[in-house]
Design a protein around this ligand. Structure first.
Ligand code: PLP
Length: 457
């Protein structure tokens, strides 16, 4: 293929694309890593290498990279109705059927479903709904949103403001609004006082949240937004009893609990939703990613009856609910989501996650004692190793992210794709992964850690 389109992918890519989450200058010399096709938990790159995709892409391809049933469902829907919308009361069967399904599956009773295309849009919708709701109730002051440092809620102007990570704010002039407040990360290893148990740490975080809301003025605080398990912040599992401790604080101050299930939803933690695994009681839920096994962009927001009623009445007062996206509830997305959920149910994917997760968590923790590892953590089929120069002190490296990136490169050279998040290295494989493939995914970890340690010295 000399001179052909594939052989000069490097030149074409660096001339034509600005890549997300990439150092654009370094990329000019490094060039792209081109993926050509997928099969099960594997993808194949342009050099013909078979790679175990230990991140399901971006925490999303739950059914792996070539599910014929999903492909057929997409083909069928494109043939019947390739596009329509839900504006001005228009409707179509797959949008309704999926909404009914999501209500059935929700971890607590939900009343209405609103569609978008991405997780960021879902969280933007959440905030607009929280404001609309409080205006509808005659509480125009109640608008602040509490998020958490290291929480990840997306990259649109407002969802990035909710996100609590420096890269998403720096030089974007974010957070955009002083209505966004960030509170502490519920990370026991880093955040606990010496000798403090997980339960004590959780109780302290809840007491701090209570004091924070009191200081802000409860009449000004609309909502708290949280992922059951922080994903892009480094797979941070909250301490035992965390959500059980903060839920009464939110109820006391009449603060909405927005559950961001964009990663945790649809089986990832061993239940349909992370809220069930982590003891959270949401008032509304954001869903995306595994909703369609990532084959088609689609996200959904579920709201409870109280919110739905207030929003409906306010739309009547104003004349309409002035929010909606051209592609929100796209028929292709809805058809693929319906098929995805049917497959999750028929193949008992949640049961499968519960069956294989103990091996996944054990193999991850087998490396907790490696001299480079600060902490091994996770739940269900998601987990991370955080590298640290001093485990006892939960110390960070002088140049954060370098060692994590090296570990990622070492794993890739041994055939496994994971994700370096600063100095954490995350695994979140397709949920269809077998025990044999879990062994295969972790097999190169010890050698990769050793090579990274030798390099770091
Ligand atoms: N919320 C969570 C928890 C996420 O992990 C992500 C993306 O990784 C988002 C929201 C944003 O979703 P999207 O990238 O589809 O906008």
């Amino acid at each position: 293929m000399d001179g052909g389109p594939l052989s000069n992918m490097h030149a074409r890519d660096v001339e034509a694309l600005l890549h997300p989450y990439t150092n654009a200058v370094a990329h000019r010399s490094v060039g792209p890593h081109t993926i050509e096709r997928g099969e099960g938990v594997y993808v194949y790159d342009s050099e013909g290498r078979k790679l175990l995709e230990g991140m399901a892409g971006l925490w999303c391809a739950g059914l792996g990279f070539h599910d014929e049933e999903l492909i057929e469902a997409a083909r069928e829907q494109l043939g019947r109705l390739p596009y329509y919308h839900l504006f001005a009361g228009r409707s179509f069967e797959p949008a309704v059927e999926l909404a009914e399904k999501l209500k059935e599956l929700a971890p607590v009773p939900m009343s209405k479903i609103f569609y978008q295309s991405s997780g960021s849009e879902a969280n933007d919708t959440q905030i607009k709904m929280a404001w609309y709701y409080n205006n509808a109730l005659g509480r125009p002051e109640k608008k602040k949103i509490i998020s958490r440092v290291k929480g990840y809620h997306g990259v649109t102007v407002f969802s990035a403001s909710l996100t609590g990570l420096p890269y998403n704010h720096k030089d974007f002039d974010l957070p955009v609004s002083d209505r966004v407040k960030h509170v502490a990360t519920p990370h026991h290893w880093r955040g606990a006082h010496p000798g403090e148990t997980e339960a004590e740490f959780a109780a302290r975080l809840a007491a701090d949240l209570d004091a924070f809301i009191e200081a802000e003025g409860p009449e000004t605080v609309a909502a708290f937004i949280a992922e059951p398990v922080m994903g892009a912040g480094g797979v941070i599992v909250p301490p035992e009893g965390y959500f059980e401790a903060i839920m009464p604080v939110l109820r006391k101050h009449d603060v909405l609990m927005i559950d961001d299930e964009v990663i945790c939803g649809f089986g990832r933690t061993g239940n349909w939703f992370g809220a069930t695994t982590l003891g959270m009681t949401p008032t509304s839920i954001s869903m995306a990613k595994q909703l369609t096994s990532a084959y088609v962009p689609l996200s959904a927001v579920a709201i409870n009856a109280e919110m739905a009623e207030a929003i409906e009445q306010n739309s009547h007062k104003i004349g309409l609910f002035g929010h909606g996206f051209t592609y929100g509830g796209h028929p292709l997305g809805c058809a693929v989501a319906i098929k995805t959920i049917e497959i999750y149910q028929r193949r008992d994917i949640v049961g499968h996650v519960r069956k294989v997760a103990p091996l996944f968590q054990k193999r991850l923790r087998d490396h907790a004692g490696h001299p480079l590892v600060g902490e091994a953590r996770g739940v269900g089929l998601m987990g991370a190793l955080e590298v640290s120069p001093d485990r006892e002190k939960a110390a960070t490296f002088a140049q954060p992210g370098k060692v994590g990136a090296k570990l990622s490169a070492e794993m890739l050279s041994r055939g496994v794709i994971g994700r370096a998040i600063g100095d954490s290295f995350a695994f979140c494989p397709p949920m269809v992964i077998t025990e044999e493939q879990i062994e295969e995914m972790f097999a190169p970890l010890e050698a990769s850690l050793d090579a990274t340690l030798a390099w770091a010295k």
